[in-house]
Design a binder for this molecule. Structure first.
Ligand code: C2E
Ligand code: CA
Ligand code: CA
Ligand code: CA
Length: 279
């Protein structure tokens, strides 16, 4: 605490110091974690109306050497700030494509899609499309299989450049999904310019859907928007049968959430694919 101000006011108090050193520690741990291969991809099922698994979202997990699994909310924001997300995101993309390739040897995996989360910084790298194309080619990923989940915030940077990047990704055979949809401020006017394939209804609208008329109205609007733009809709955070039934009634035909399965290691997802829907 060397920064004492003119009036003896300290700019940093002890708790700020502590949280800064905690961040510095976390940052160097993150760097090491990449080198030591401590990250793992979990996969969460995405199902159709009949409960069949049609795809999976890859969600990164950090198996910390001190034991325990660190959730992405603890390290993704820091990885974004420090730029480590570029290396981590590259690893995620590579790993997800390799996983899809491995899955192809198992029965019942044809047509299974794999969704990967892409952070803003990663998307805006000048060679992002080349990286995606290289991963797709290396693992022989079929067209339409890899889905990139983008968020509204990242699309605001430079509209023309963003749209150009999206078109290039589409030409590689990649599908594009807009994650956390409804939490941003995309107008229909804006959305129609984007070469998207899917809208993902944010879980905040699903949570209280059954009892909340406003959320029902929002979800209905999103579904109508998706229909007029010819986009698929998927709802995330589906935890109860009542939510699923209402979403179905409102016209949503793809679901993801604890009702169908938590994010699990790749082998466990394959067991669920082999077992098929319950009943
Ligand atoms: P997201 O992309 O919106 O992912 C959905 C989150 O909701 C996941 O949290 C998932 O485990 C959780 N979830 C799924 N079903 C349910 C449910 O029924 N109820 C509830 N309450 N939650 C559910 P997770 O795995 O902790 O990931 C959090 C966020 O971290 C993700 O949000 C995403 O923004 C980010 N993230 C995860 N993996 C990656 C990655 O590989 N790259 C990047 N850039 N971001 C990632
Ligand atoms: Ca996502
Ligand atoms: Ca989401
Ligand atoms: Ca989210």
């Amino acid at each position: 605490a060397k920064q004492a101000g003119r009036n003896g006011v300290r700019f940093f108090d002890q708790s700020m110091q502590d949280s800064i050193s905690a961040r510095v520690r976390l940052e160097s741990e993150l760097r090491l974690a990449l080198e030591r291969d401590e990250f793992e991809l979990y996969y969460q099922a995405q199902v159709d109306q009949r409960g069949r698994i049609v795809g999976a979202e890859a969600l990164v997990r950090w198996n910390h050497p001190n034991g325990g699994c660190v959730p992405p909310s603890r390290f993704i924001p820091l990885a974004e700030e420090t730029g480590l997300i570029l290396a981590l995101g590259g690893w995620v993309l590579e790993r997800a494509c390799a996983q899809w390739k491995e899955w192809q040897r198992l029965p019942g995996t044809r047509g299974l899609t794999v969704a990967v989360n892409v952070s803003a910084r990663q998307f805006h790298q000048p060679d992002f499309c080349e990286r995606v194309a290289a991963a797709v080619a290396r693992h022989g990923v079929a067209p339409g299989v890899l889905k990139l989940e983008l968020t509204e915030g990242m699309l605001l940077e430079s509209m023309e450049r963003t749209i150009a990047t999206m078109h290039r990704l589409k030409r590689i055979g990649v599908r594009l999904s807009l994650d956390d949809f409804g939490t941003g401020y995309s107008s229909l006017q804006y959305l129609k310019r984007l070469p998207l394939d899917q809208l993902k209804i944010d879980q905040s609208f699903v949570r209280d859907l059954v009892g909340d008329g406003n959320d029902q109205a929002i979800v209905l609007t999103i579904i109508a928007m998706a229909r007029s733009l010819k986009l698929e809709v998927i709802a995330e955070g589906v935890e109860t049968e009542a939510q699923r039934a209402l979403l179905a009634k409102l016209g949503c035909r793809r679901y993801q959430g604890y009702l169908f399965g938590r994010p699990v290691p790749a082998s466990e997802l394959m067991r669920a694919v082999a077992d098929g829907p319950p009943g």
